[in-house]
Each structure stands twice: as structure tokens, then as C-alpha cells.
Design a protein around this ligand. Structure first.
Ligand code: GLU
Length: 462
């Protein structure tokens, strides 16, 4: 059975790099009928916070990355780590080391001065020291041979054991170190595929050696290249890379963000848009590119717009409900409100756009866009609006065609361009000039509301 995991450290929000590796792991588990485990690596007590844990859980939920096990918390597993450290000591795979910081620093300096790679010299390796207040526990890394990682993304990677030193696996206070906790968890949780960022690639041979010492079955590894900013540097806050929840706040669909992220570093011909089912069918971790890819916010926005276009108006209204609520706008799902969404759908790149583009329908106009008023409300506008109001008031069958006819008659009567009628009408009924075609807008608003707003505009503009 395939078991993958996502093990974030709760030292910040869930960022898009994490979301991408989580999604790759999730896909790999789901497409193999496997299990996906969430593990919170919170052993760094100073940097881990409850808010980060919550931010990660919220992010996973918003993205729809459901997990079958967990969240496990490493801080709740200290007894187990201690047990494994004791086992490694008892089996001769680990030893107590009393080397002082001063000694280690001096050794490192000397090695550097001699052009050597800094590495613990193994002084305490065979001393058989007992546990003491000042001792750490080191793993006895094999002295000879190679570690071969058959990486699912990067291909074969060979590291000589000679390059690796005897890693500290427990600090003097007995607290286990990062590589030890990861190994114990991956072993205990039966992880079969470790998919993670390639910033962890240096840890992998060490983890493999510890797993071997424990007699554990090795997982397969897949190291995914980093996401870069457009300047080629590793993606960071500086590039506007933010928490996945900020993308929610900005009106991105989770499926758009995931679609965009999966494509960063993976492709299927030149297809850009995928349904989740297509990704489950087509994605292969082995096909992820070995080279890093650059984050492109415009492309993400494009994917979002395309995903919005693919939704029916009713679906779009449903997905926008949270945004209307945030804006304090009450929206019921009725045939009319769905029709409004249908009318403005083409104009929306984000779910926030859905709110701004449609709020003229759901809310009374509370103010008029000053720049629009300055541009379009001129001497003569009142007469134009009065003419139109008179004509519209006589329409008994309130259809777009009949409305259009009234607008055209007003244009003809005043011998002005179409915009000189349409724009003041838009300002009066929506507050600004950004709305769908005038006949469709008025048709959906209804006769009574249209006349009310036009009259209010007429009064306000003079
Ligand atoms: N906790 C590590 C991180 O957030 C993940 C390590 C791993 O995937 O093995 O970078």
C-alpha cells in the first residue's frame, strides 16, 4: 500500500511551495489508492506556534487536501524517539560523544584551513562513553560504501559514506534532532514515498543510513526542485509569495491554485487546464522536472479566470458566497441572482471581482464614482435622463429589446452618441461605468428598481 506524507514545520503559514509538495504527495497517494498522512514537525519549540498549526490545517482544508491519518504531532512522540535512540545505542549504531563546542569549532577551523570539508573526526566513536549531562548521542554512520538514492524525480544520486559524518541524533538534554524524528516517523507511519523539496536532499543519505540501522524498509524518495521568483532567486515573501490563505482572500479558487502549482515543474503536452480527475489520471511524480521553475502571478491569475469561466453561474455564485458575506452583502441563490452572475461572469478574474462586478444588483447605490461623474455627467445629461425615464416608464413588457429601443430613441432624440446616454445611466444604476450591456443590466434590475435609481441619479446629478 502506498503511503505518502506531508510534514510541515509549523513555523509560519502554509506557503505555496509547501502546498505544491503536499499536492504532489496527495496525488501520489490518491492515484495509487494509498494513504496520505499529515504530520506536524513541531519539535523546534521556539519557532513552532499554534497559529501556524492552525494556518496549515486551514490551508489544507481550503485546498481540499484531505488526509487519512493525522495530524500527528512530533512533540507528542518524544517517548518513542527516546526509545529508538536507546535501541540504536544498545545495538552499537550510536554512541555518546563528549566533545566540547570548543573542540569541535577548533577542529572545523583546522579542516577548513587545510581545504577539507568540515566533518566530525569520530573521536568518541569507539570510546564507549556513558551518558552524561554534557554528552550528545551520535549516529555511527558507516565508514565505507555509498548510499544510492534512486530518486523518483532526480534519478540516481550516489553519495559516498566518506562524505557523511556521525550525525548528532540527541542533544545533551536528550531531545532528539530533526533527522532522527523524521526517520522514526517515516518508519513508524509506514511511509513508502517521501516527496519533498530538494532543499532536504542532503538529509536523505543520512536518513537512509539510520533507517538501515533500524532495519526499516526504505521509502522511495522524490525531491522536487524549488520554486523560484521571476528574478531567479528562491521564492520568498519578497516576491509577494504569501500564505495560500491569502490567495483565498484575494479571490482565487483552490482548484486554480492547485492547477497552477501542479504545472510548475510538471507538464502534459501543452495542456494548461486540468480537472482534478485528469490530474489523478495523468500526473506522475517521475515526470516532474529536475529544474526549478519560476512563479508567475499573471499566469496564476489567467488560470483562475479560466477556471471561473468553466463554472456554471450557479456554481460561481456558490463559490462566491463567502466573499459576499465578507463584503457584508446578503445574497440568496435565486434564478435572478444566478442570472446576474451569468451576466458578469466573463468580466471576472477572481471571486472578489464577482462581488465588485455584481454588487450593483444586490445593494442600493450608495455613492457615485467621482471620476465617472466628472467625465460623463454634463450639462444636458438631465434632459437625456428625463427623456429616457419617460420612455422606460411606458414600457409594459420589460425586456432587453424594449429597453434597448428606448435607449436608441433617446439617443436619436438628443442627437448624441450612444455613450452619452448609456454611461450616465450606468452611473445612476450601478454607481460607476463598469457594468454589462445597458439593456441587460436594466432588464435584470427590473422596471421599478431601474426607474427608482434613474430618478435618484437625476436628482443627484443636477
Ligand atoms: N518539516 C520539514 C519541512 O517543513 C519537512 C521534511 C520532510 O519532508 O522530510 O521542511
Amino acid at each position: 500500500m502506498t503511503v505518502t506524507r506531508f510534514p510541515p514545520s509549523p513555523t509560519g503559514y502554509l506557503h505555496i511551495g509547501g502546498a505544491r509538495t503536499a499536492f504532489y504527495s496527495w496525488l501520489h497517494a490518491r492515484q495509487n489508492n494509498g494513504r496520505f498522512v499529515l504530520r506536524i514537525e513541531d519539535t523546534d519549540l521556539e519557532r513552532s506556534t499554534q497559529e501556524s498549526v492552525q494556518a496549515i490545517l486551514d490551508g489544507m482544508q481550503w485546498l481540499g487536501l484531505d488526509y487519512d491519518e493525522g495530524p500527528y504531532y512530533q512533540t507528542q512522540r518524544f517517548d518513542r524517539y527516546k526509545e529508538v535512540i536507546a535501541d540504536l545505542l544498545a545495538a552499537g549504531h550510536a554512541y555518546h560523544c563528549e566533545c566540547s563546542k570548543e573542540r569541535l569549532d577548533a577542529m572545523r577551523e583546522e579542516q577548513k584551513a587545510n581545504g577539507l570539508k568540515p566533518k566530525y573526526d569520530g573521536r568518541c566513536r569507539e570510546l564507549g562513553l556513558a551518558d552524561a549531562d554534557n554528552t550528545v548521542v551520535r549516529f555511527k554512520n558507516p565508514l565505507t560504501g555509498d548510499v544510492v538514492i534512486e530518486d523518483m524525480v532526480k534519478g540516481n544520486i550516489v553519495i559516498s559514506n566518506h562524505e557523511l559524518d556521525d550525525l548528532v541524533i540527541a542533544r545533551p538534554d536528550g531531545v532528539p534532532t530533526y533527522n532522527l524524528t523524521v526517520v522514526v516517523d517515516d518508519m513508524d507511519m509506514g511511509i513508502t514515498h517521501v516527496i519533498r523539496g530538494d532543499d532536504h536532499i542532503n538529509n536523505t543519505p543520512r536518513q537512509i543510513n539510520i533507517l538501515r540501522a533500524l532495519g526499516a524498509e526504505l521509502p522511495r524518495y522524490g525531491h522536487v526542485p524549488m520554486i523560484l521568483g521571476q528574478d531567479g532567486a528562491r521564492l520568498s515573501k519578497r516576491h509577494g509569495a504569501v500564505s495560500v490563505m491569502q490567495y483565498r482572500d484575494e479571490g482565487y479558487l483552490p482548484e486554480a491554485l492547485l492547477n497552477y502549482l501542479v504545472r510548475l515543474g510538471w507538464s502534459h503536452g501543452d495542456q494548461e487546464l486540468f480537472t482534478q480527475q485528469e490530474l489523478l489520471d495523468l500526473f506522475r511524480i517521475e515526470d516532474v522536472s529536475r529544474a526549478p521553475s519560476a512563479f508567475n502571478p499573471e499566469k496564476l491569475l489567467w488560470v483562475n479566470q479560466e477556471k471561473i469561466k468553466q463554472l456554471s453561474a450557479a456554481e460561481l455564485l456558490d463559490k462566491s458566497a463567502w466573499y459576499f458575506k465578507q463584503a457584508g452583502i446578503q445574497v440568496e441563490e435565486t434564478a435572478e441572482s444566478v442570472a446576474v452572475i451569468d451576466l458578469i461572469k466573463e468580466r471576472c478574474k477572481t471571486l472578489l471581482d464577482v462581488v465588485t462586478q455584481s454588487q450593483w444588483y444586490f445593494c442600493a447605490v450608495s455613492e457615485y464614482d467621482a471620476a465617472a461623474v466628472k467625465k460623463w455627467i454634463k450639462p444636458g445629461t438631465s434632459e437625456i435622463l428625463s427623456t429616457l425615464i419617460g420612455k422606460l416608464a411606458d414600457v409594459s413588457d420589460w425586456t432587453a429589446d424594449n429597453i434597448q429601443h428606448c435607449v436608441q430613441q433617446t439617443v436619436d432624440a438628443h442627437e448624441v452618441g450612444f455613450a452619452k446616454v448609456a454611461q450616465p445611466v450606468r452611473i445612476a444604476v450601478t454607481g460607476g461605468t463598469n457594468s454589462p450591456s445597458i439593456d441587460a443590466t436594466l432588464a435584470i434590475l427590473g422596471s421599478a428598481e431601474t426607474l427608482k435609481r434613474l430618478r435618484a441619479g437625476l436628482a443627484a446629478f443636477v
